[in-house]
Design a protein around this ligand. Structure first.
Ligand SMILES: Cc1ncc(COP(=O)(O)O)c(C=O)c1O
Length: 456
């Protein structure tokens, strides 16, 4: 059995990676699949918990959870059981046109676990991008305004509304104009690389205050802004944790001008950062929250959960075909049950501390680790060329990712030169430790190599 330590070591790399079988699949995919964002030559045969086996029999430790999706491990038995039970009854019946209990139950549960004790409503989508699209529409519809504020470094999805807020990499935007018009993007509170060359807290959160002090005076009327869309911790942008006051200040501005605050928790949500939602660290109550990724442990579902007073007042203003799919809803309910019943948010906090400690120790050893940041089990480190210029060192981040992979650890980059660490909440401690040992040995190897180059 995969992950069974009596029979096998984890990780277990028996064949060159990618092996012959993997190579064939990768070649076929290269021929027939659209070019997307693949970064490691891994062709998966099966997975269980935090261990993934490729088609050549190599077993890897998974520190990616498929980008914060399999948060409770791959194929949790309670989730599989819920899916099987639902499949026996029915797998689809137009949830936006008809009614069924599992959808109603999930909507109720989502309104209960999101911050804010007021009546809420839920729109079910099929992905993160679609949840953001729903949030855009809810904001436009309810405020009758059509412009937005977003942030550089933000990642909100690839559809043309959500894409208008994208600010991670030029490649995500170039050749796609015009996207949805009316999005004003500002630098995020990325204190390690402040766009204003300020220092926190001396800066007095200028990156938020600039909205009122410059934008609303010189560029756009506050009365035309429908929503402020942000990630409470930027994910794809590099796991950037802003000071809590940044989000608190945005909330103040939003409230003052009747603007909706949209909290995109597609990557950070559902326990990943050590609270159910990352925005809870700031005590700010958003008007709309978007979720997707980890909600149904791998089945496609997304949701926008919002203050009921902003609901569409007429039928047909927004809808879709697959939203609220019953199998996805059953899987989501089981996932939320597991997080609660198995005390996984406590686990996230405990393991998150260990993860940060390991990375901080490495930072003190290796100059090329410039910053370690994150909350809970949502942690990353940023690679730099040197501590003086802090120039991003993406080459080194890629090298270490590749080296770790060859030793049996699956990692994923983020930002310009960061590696993220997002294992499953219930990863066994021994496997977590082993994963960090592999990562550390990749750093040590890189340090040797660099030292050799320096003295050569
Ligand atoms: C914060 C955030 N919002 C939205 C999205 C888009 O989600 P999807 O890829 O499911 O459309 C992502 C994806 O990484 C994300 O991280």
């Amino acid at each position: 059995m995969i992950g069974d330590k009596k029979k096998s070591q984890i990780p277990e790399i028996n064949h060159k990676v990618p092996g012959k079988n993997s190579g064939k699949i990768i070649e076929m995919e290269e021929k027939y699949l659209a070019t997307t964002t693949k970064h490691l030559p891994l062709a998966i045969k099966k997975g269980k918990g935090s261990v993934v086996e490729d088609v050549d029999g190599n077993k890897f430790i998974d520190f990616t959870t498929g980008v914060c999706v399999t948060n409770i491990g791959i194929g949790h038995p309670k989730v599989l059981k819920a899916i099987k039970n639902q499949i026996k009854d029915f797998i689809y019946f137009a949830g936006t046109d008809f009614s069924y209990e599992v959808q109603a139950n999930l909507a109720k549960r989502l309104t209960e676990i999101t911050p804010g004790k007021f009546a809420k409503k839920v729109f079910f989508a099929n992905s993160g991008a679609e949840s953001v699209e729903a949030a855009i529409k809810i904001s436009k519809w309810s405020t009758k305004r059509n412009q937005f504020i977003g942030f550089i470094g933000g990642f909100h999805g690839r559809t043309m509304g959500a894409n208008a807020f994208m600010g991670c990499k030029v490649v995500q935007r170039e050749r796609y104009f015009p996207m949805m018009p009316g999005v004003w993007q500002l630098p995020y509170a990325y204190c390690f690389r402040c766009a204003y060359h300020e220092e926190y807290p001396k800066c007095d959160i200028w990156c938020a205050k600039i909205i009122e002090e410059i934008y609303f005076k010189q560029l756009v009327s506050a009365e035309e802004i429908a929503g402020i869309l942000l990630e409470p911790i930027q994910g794809e942008g590099g796991y950037i944790v802003p000071p809590d006051e940044f989000i608190q200040e945005l909330k103040k501005i939003a409230t003052k001008y009747g603007i909706l605050l949209i909290d995109d928790e597609v990557q950070t949500g559902l326990g990943r950062t050590g609270k159910m939602f990352a925005i809870e660290y700031t005590d700010v109550i958003p008007d709309i929250i978007t979720v997707a990724k980890g909600l149904a442990s791998g089945l496609p579902i997304g949701a926008a959960i919002y203050d009921a007073k902003f609901d569409f007042k007429i039928k047909g203003a927004h809808s879709n075909t697959f939203g609220g799919n019953p199998v996805c809803c059953a899987s989501a309910l089981a996932t939320l049950d597991v997080i609660k019943e198995e005390g996984l948010i406590d686990s996230v906090n405990e393991k998150g501390k260990y993860m940060k400690k390991r990375l901080e120790e490495m930072k003190s050893k290796y100059e090329f680790i410039g910053d370690v940041r994150g909350r809970g089990m949502f942690v990353a480190c940023e690679f730099i060329t040197d501590p003086f210029t802090k120039k991003p060192n993406s080459e080194l981040a890629d090298h270490i990712t590749e080296h770790s992979f060859q030793k049996g650890l699956i990692l994923m980059p983020c930002g310009f030169s960061s590696i993220r660490f997002v294992p499953a909440f219930n990863i066994p401690m021994k496997i977590l430790e082993k994963g960090f040992d592999i990562f550390e040995s990749a750093c040590a190897e890189a340090a040797n190599k660099y030292a050799k180059i320096k003295s050569a």
